[in-house]
Design a protein around this ligand. Structure first.
Ligand code: NAP
Ligand code: GDD
Length: 330
């Protein structure tokens, strides 16, 4: 593929991963098209800096109104854009909320992926398709660490929908020879993380408490453990998967776990405050079910694609808290 032919279509371009992936692809010389929902507020904060850049917006970055539930429009966007690479990242991504809004979560994470695979299958030109799978497909995992071959045992509506979509991607690859990949990504975080995910919530609270803007932080289960990496590394993994000769599935993870409590300790240490004085437990943040320990083995992507993590857990926490402090300073 030559540089001039590379056109990417991203669903979920306004999300954490979509925004970093857009920056990466623009840096690699792609034309980038994103699907955006109609919202009452035109601000799309994570990509606003790109939209305001006259050298980029309307020249190499284009936005199209669409919704995952609207197959006709998605098909029309594919026809107009003729993407060579599709990154399907959109959908309700909060696991806890998926217990409260299971139907829409499963429509978005499950059925919409099927919808897009069908559109991809009908395209006259060859394209490569990335699906944002998740460690949540392993749920009550029967092995530690998990690999691409670990059986799926999801423990939430979100995990069930991602498992359905992950298996469909495999079926479409095997049945129709499509170039479709599952990135089985473990938690990845950044200053652009949504505010109701635990790492951002903690980083934001630590910064605000240190400036006297808040008095406490209420959390659910402090003993939950996650394999937390940096979002910027993980979008690079997505891109690498579509640059290979053959499509495949890859686990993307650090291989290390930390508890929510450790994240809290590290975040409050950045602002030099005793965390126990400020953190309260609120059972409404506990989930009906938590997955067993999720920790990924990323040997396959490291060995085959040369992917690496950059930075440590403590550096990630510091980066997130410092970004919050900087934002408050402005
Ligand atoms: P995110 O920040 O929550 O972004 C989700 C994106 O999906 C947003 O752009 C959102 O648009 C869009 N979206 C939601 N529903 C839509 C709909 N009905 N139609 C069109 N667009 C819709 O998620 P993320 O952290 O970037 O994650 C990207 C993907 O990777 C998600 O599928 C997530 O489930 C999966 N994943 C994430 C992680 C992680 O740790 N971050 C790990 C594994 C897998 P609005 O801006 O309009 O809301
Ligand atoms: N959100 C949230 N809020 N989580 C809390 C809180 C709280 O106040 N208190 C404790 N937790 C615990 C949750 O119970 C969970 O065990 C852990 O913190 C992480 O929660 P989230 O940050 O919401 O992430 P997640 O692991 O459920 O899901 C994320 O990672 C998945 C990949 O493993 C999301 O990005 C998913 O989209 C992604 O698939």
């Amino acid at each position: 593929m030559t540089m001039a032919q590379r056109t990417a279509l991203i669903t979920g371009i306004t999300g954490q991963d979509g925004s970093y992936l857009t920056e990466l692809l623009l840096g690699e010389g792609y034309a980038v098209h994103g699907v955006v929902r109609r919202t009452s507020n035109l601000q799309r904060s994570r990509i606003e800096h790109l939209r305001r850049d006259e050298k980029i917006y309307g020249k190499r970055l284009f936005l199209h109104y669409g919704d995952l539930s609207d197959g006709t429009t998605l098909r029309r966007i594919f026809r107009a854009v003729q993407p060579t690479e599709v990154y399907h990242l959109a959908g309700q991504s909060h696991v806890g909320l998926s217990f409260e809004i299971p139907e829409s979560t499963c429509d978005e994470a499950g059925m919409a992926t099927l919808r897009l695979l069908e559109i991809a299958r009908d395209q006259p030109q060859p394209l490569r398709f990335y699906h944002a799978s998740s460690s949540e497909i392993f749920g009550n995992a029967i092995e530690l660490p998990q690999t691409e071959n670990t059986p799926m045992l999801p423990a939430s509506p979100y995990g069930c929908a991602k498992a359905f979509a992950t298996q469909l991607v495999r079926v479409y690859r095997q049945s129709y020879g499509l170039f479709v990949c599952n990135g089985i990504l473990y938690n990845h975080e950044s200053p652009r993380r949504g505010e109701n995910f635990v790492t951002r919530k903690i980083a934001r609270a630590a910064a605000r408490i240190s400036r006297g803007l808040d008095t406490d932080l209420t959390l659910g289960n402090l003993e939950s453990r996650r394999d937390w990496g940096r979002a910027q590394d993980y979008v690079r993994a997505m891109w690498l998967m579509l640059q290979q000769e053959t499509p495949d599935d890859y686990v993307v993870a650090t291989g290390e776990t930390h508890s929510v409590r450790e994240f809290v300790e590290a975040a409050f240490a950045v602002v030099d405050l005793p965390w126990k004085k400020y953190v309260r437990h609120d059972p409404s943040f506990d989930r009906p079910a938590e997955p067993a320990q999720l920790v990924g083995c990323a040997d396959k992507i490291r060995k085959r694609l040369g992917w690496e993590v950059t930075g440590t857990f403590l550096q990630l926490v510091r980066e997130m808290v410092e970004a919050e402090l900087e934002q408050l300073g402005r």
